[in-house]
Design a protein around this ligand. Structure first.
Ligand code: HEC
Length: 205
């Protein structure tokens, strides 16, 4: 689920940037007619792309993103760039369109910086690019003995994870601090806790 959404988000973001770049080039080259034609021809596609961009972005934010300063800056860039872009293109203002372009690419660049920073960090499961992979590793290390590969084992009276109705916060609390026969996990990072919750979510059907 997460990997699919991440992939969709990446494709959509790339299309979004491409679309923006084409329009910007037309604007700067003073091809007003071509720009108007292009804008009209791609209006529906652009709407779909924008909605998919926001929906996948928000989904990941709610379900995963560790809210860091970098992500906050990225969000601000994206949300400021959208009205700036709309006004910029409507008025045919090159400076505004350029500003929007800078903002959009800045937020894209920040995502890459974030990834590099993580990749340069210490090598443990939390540096894996894909949280599902990280979550699976954590699960295999610390959870599988009681909960089983599909979450249903129920060893030591463990609950069936494929039918849990607990929220992410409630799960985090139990994973961190334990509950009755389940031991707490104090030695894993917040990121690993989030990853394992995400992985446990894949048991649901
Ligand atoms: C020693 C066995 C054991 C291990 C290891 C273990 N659990 Fe549990 N788990 C339990 C038991 C027992 C419960 C039921 C606790 C209760 O509600 O009384 C439980 C409950 C849970 C619940 C709450 C489910 C619900 O619907 O109430 C979650 C979520 C959970 N475990 C996740 C994990 C994760 C993730 C790991 C690995 C980081 C893990 N567990 C490792 C035994 C274990």
């Amino acid at each position: 689920m997460y990997s699919n959404i991440l992939l969709t988000h990446k494709i959509v973001v790339t299309l979004f940037l491409l679309q923006y770049l084409i329009k910007f080039v037309l604007l700067v080259a003073n091809k007003k007619e071509a720009l108007a034609k292009y804008t009209k021809a791609t209006r529906i596609a652009e709407m779909i792309i924008s909605v998919a961009f926001l929906v996948t972005g928000i989904w990941m934010l709610v379900n995963w993103a560790p809210i860091s300063t970098l992500i906050m800056i990225k969000l601000v860039c994206v949300f400021v760039s959208i009205p700036v872009a709309i006004i910029g293109f409507k008025k045919g203002s090159k400076p505004l369109a350029a500003l929007a372009l800078v903002l959009i690419f800045a937020s894209y660049g920040l995502a890459e910086v974030n990834k590099k920073k993580k990749a340069g960090g210490k090598v443990d499961t939390s540096t894996s690019a894909d949280p599902i992979t990280t979550g699976k590793l954590v699960y295999q290390n610390s959870c599988i003995n009681c909960h089983g590969a599909d979450g249903k084992l129920g060893g030591s009276g463990a609950k069936d994870l494929s039918v849990t109705v607990l929220t992410i916060d409630q799960q985090r609390e139990i994973i961190r601090n334990g509950k009755s026969a389940m031991p707490g996990n104090k030695d894993i990072t917040d990121e690993q806790v989030r990853a394992v919750i995400l992985y446990v979510g894949t048991f649901r059907h």
